[in-house]
Structure formats: structure tokens, C-alpha cells
Design a protein around this ligand. Structure first.
Ligand SMILES: O=C(O)CCc1c2[nH]c(c1CC(=O)O)Cc1[nH]c(c(CC(=O)O)c1CCC(=O)O)Cc1[nH]c(c(CC(=O)O)c1CCC(=O)O)Cc1[nH]c(c(CCC(=O)O)c1CC(=O)O)C2
Length: 355
């Protein structure tokens, strides 16, 4: 069993009692926990140094390197959780999809998936396909001590968008064309992706991840009725598949103000909110029984320290009456962020909320 779960009748572990996991469980916390999406990576000079000459997807398959990169922001910023260094397309690469992450572009799929025959290329993922994940998390849990590790995966809609478009897309035309034009093929594609994603998350939890985040980055492109009909069944399937582990499940997307209630309903314990909706209003939309994560605008990090503090104060004030709050940005750390602004932000939130 994962070291992070509370075995019945035994003393809870220090990880279980961490501020991050307590906030996810909506229990009282010693301070508001903080971590940042994309906290590892290009904003850190130490990352650029160890990644030199190693392509992104290759680096994700090198356990020692993954563990080192995952630890870097924990050491530097004193965040309350680590996030496993990987990418949402890693499980697709692991089952043999011909994709690459092109610098300055993002994930690119050589032959997009648009027909029933294409669907056959999405075979099951096995734990052996991602042996490096199990190995890296083994190294990490030893080094992290009581700091929890968050595992993550891309949600079926966002993965489908990359597969159907063949790369990053603004308007998701091919994806939506398939969703509206061939609902059965679409449902089968999302179901396939839900299976793959479920295995990928299970591998991370069984290796020692204390929480998981399902990124549906691009689902904000949909109206609520389409989300409910065409996406929610697959996302729910993923959350259900990992329910038995009892670790908090976080769900996040960008521009999802109109979907927050449904994303919670899909099976999340914690709903991630981008910067467009204040957290008190987000809590109203999500309803009781869920913690929230977010939601300072990442662009504010390029402003003065005083402006960052003022925005952080605004976020904390809006979060004052939440059942549980995990402080984060409203999306990932931009690659050119000054890392000192993140270190200062963590310290600010910790001191402002120390109880
Ligand atoms: O714009 C696009 O559609 C392409 C985005 C893109 C992806 N992987 C990518 C890129 C290229 C790039 O970032 O330049 C390629 C990618 N993924 C990653 C990196 C490292 C970095 O950001 O500097 C990079 C850049 C690679 C490089 O160093 O050259 C790592 C990554 N992706 C992701 C995560 C999980 C997290 O955010 O914490 C993490 C781990 C971060 C960590 O350990 O702290 C998640 C991810 N990857 C991806 C998405 C989809 C949407 C999005 O990026 O906004 C998402 C989910 C999200 O951020 O909402 C796809």
C-alpha cells in the first residue's frame, strides 16, 4: 500500500499529516499550502543545466534525472508539494504513438487519430511500459520525506485534442468536428484514453504519489451541455478508477468558469480554478464538499513584488471561507518567470496564513 494513505488502526504518517494533504481533505491546516503547476522546468536555471542536450521526452524516461528535476523547486521554493516531472503525452508515447515534443511548439503527433482504424493504434498501457515512473517515484519518496508528491495525467479530452489535431490547437476544429460528427467514435476514443490515463495514475499512486491531478487544460473550449454529454463520462471513469486508493484527486482546466460545477461532479476532491473566477465565486459554483486550488494570474509574476503580494492577498481574502484551499497559480509557471518571485510568493502565503 502507498505510504501516504492512513492505514486503519495505525499512526498517520507525516506525509498524511502535511498541510497540503490536510487542505485537500478540508481539514484545519497550520498554514495555507502552496505549490505551482509547472514549478519544475524552464523557469529554473538548475533545470536548464541538467536538461542540456537531452530532448524532453527522453528526459522523462530517465529516473534519476526525473527525481532531480522534481526536487529542484522543492529545494528552492520550499513549496508544500512536489509534482512528478513528466508531461501529459508521456503515456501516449509509452504505447507507441509517434509523437515528439518540439521545442517552442509542444507535442506533435506524426499521424493524427481521426478514424476508427486509427483508434486501433491506442493499445492498453501496462505498468511495464512506464517502468521509469515507478523507479523515479521510488527515488523521490525517499528524498521527499514528509513532502507529498503529486502524480498527474492529461484528461481524455485534452489528450484527444492533441491526438486528433496532431499538435497544439487554438480552436480544436478537428477535435470538435469528430465530437459532433461521429459521437460513437468520439465516445470510444475518450473511453480508450480514460483506460490509459487510469493505468498511468494507478502506477504513480502505487509507487508512492500522495495525490493526483488530472489536467483537462483545453476543456474550457466546450459549453457545459457538450462537456456533460461528451467528456464527463470519460473523466468520471478516470476518477472512479483511482477512488479506491483514497488519495485526493485534483481536477484542473483553463477557462473553465462555466464548467467548475461539472468538473467537481465528475469526481474531483479538489477543483483547480484559473485566474478568471474569484475563489469565493468558484466555491459557490462548485458547491460544498470540495476543496479549491488556485488562482493567482501567472502574468502577475512579471510585475513588481508589491503587485504580486497585493494579488496574493486578494486570492487569500477570496479564499477565507473555503472548506479547503491549496494556493497555486491559475495556470503553469511561464518559462521566463524570475524564480525569486515564486520563492517570495511561497514565503508570503506561508507567513500570512500561519496559524
Ligand atoms: O501550448 C501547447 O499546447 C503545448 C504545451 C506543451 C505541453 N507539453 C509541453 C509543451 C510545450 C511547452 O510548454 O513549451 C512540453 C513540456 N512539458 C513540460 C515541460 C517543462 C517545462 O514546462 O519547462 C515542457 C517544455 C519542454 C522543454 O523543456 O523543452 C513538463 C510538464 N508539463 C505538464 C506538467 C505538469 C504541471 O503543469 O505541473 C509538467 C511538469 C512540470 C513540473 O514538474 O513542475 C503539463 C502539461 N503539458 C502540456 C499541457 C497542456 C496544456 C498547456 O501546456 O498549457 C499540460 C497541462 C497544463 O499545463 O495545463 C502539453
Amino acid at each position: 500500500m502507498s505510504a501516504n494513505l492512513r492505514p486503519t488502526g495505525q499512526q498517520p504518517t507525516a506525509t498524511y499529516e502535511s498541510a497540503f494533504l490536510k487542505a485537500c481533505r478540508r481539514e484545519p491546516v497550520p498554514h495555507t499550502p502552496v505549490w505551482f503547476m509547472r514549478q519544475a522546468g524552464r523557469s529554473l536555471p538548475e533545470y536548464l543545466k541538467v536538461r542540456e542536450g537531452i530532448p524532453m521526452l527522453e528526459s522523462c524516461m530517465m529516473p534519476e534525472l526525473v527525481a532531480e528535476i522534481t526536487m529542484q523547486p522543492v529545494r528552492r521554493h520550499h513549496v508544500d508539494a512536489a509534482i512528478y516531472f513528466s508531461d501529459i503525452v508521456v503515456p501516449l508515447k509509452a504505447i507507441g504513438i509517434d509523437l515528439d515534443i518540439k521545442p517552442g511548439v509542444g507535442p506533435v503527433v506524426e499521424q493524427p487519430i481521426r478514424s476508427r482504424a486509427d483508434l486501433a493504434r491506442l493499445r492498453d498501457l501496462t505498468p511495464e511500459d512506464v517502468w521509469y515512473v515507478t523507479e523515479a517515484i521510488g527515488l523521490l519518496t525517499a528524498e521527499l520525506g514528509s513532502t507529498p508528491l503529486i502524480g498527474f495525467a492529461g484528461a481524455p479530452f485534452t489528450l484527444a485534442s492533441y491526438l486528433v489535431e496532431g499538435g497544439p490547437s487554438k480552436n480544436h476544429e478537428h477535435t470538435k468536428a469528430l465530437m459532433y460528427g461521429d459521437p460513437q467514435l468520439w465516445a470510444d476514443l475518450l473511453d480508450r484514453l480514460a483506460e490509459i490515463t487510469s493505468v498511468f495514475l494507478k502506477v504513480q499512486i502505487e509507487a508512492g504519489a500522495s495525490a493526483v491531478q488530472l489536467f483537462d487544460s483545453w476543456v474550457g473550449a466546450l459549453a457545459p451541455a457538450d462537456y456533460r454529454r461528451s467528456v464527463m463520462p470519460a473523466s468520471s471513469k478516470v476518477f472512479k478508477a483511482v477512488e479506491e486508493y483514497g488519495v485526493p484527486r485534483i481536477h484542473f482546466g483553463v477557462g473553465t468558469g462555466e464548467l467548475l460545477g461539472l468538473m467537481g461532479e465528475a469526481g474531483a476532491d479538489v477543483v483547480g480554478v484559473d485566474w478568471r473566477v474569484p475563489l469565493d465565486e468558484a466555491a459557490r459554483r462548485v458547491g460544498p464538499g470540495k476543496a479549491l486550488q488556485g488562482n493567482i494570474d501567472p502574468a502577475v509574476l512579471f510585475s513588481t513584488p508589491e503587485a504580486v503580494e497585493a494579488k496574493a492577498r486578494e486570492v487569500l481574502d477570496a479564499a477565507a471561507d473555503l472548506e479547503g484551499h491549496v494556493f497555486n497559480l491559475g495556470h503553469g509557471v511561464p518559462p521566463t518567470t524570475d524564480p525569486d518571485s515564486l520563492t517570495r510568493l511561497v514565503e508570503y502565503v506561508h507567513t500570512q496564513t500561519a496559524r
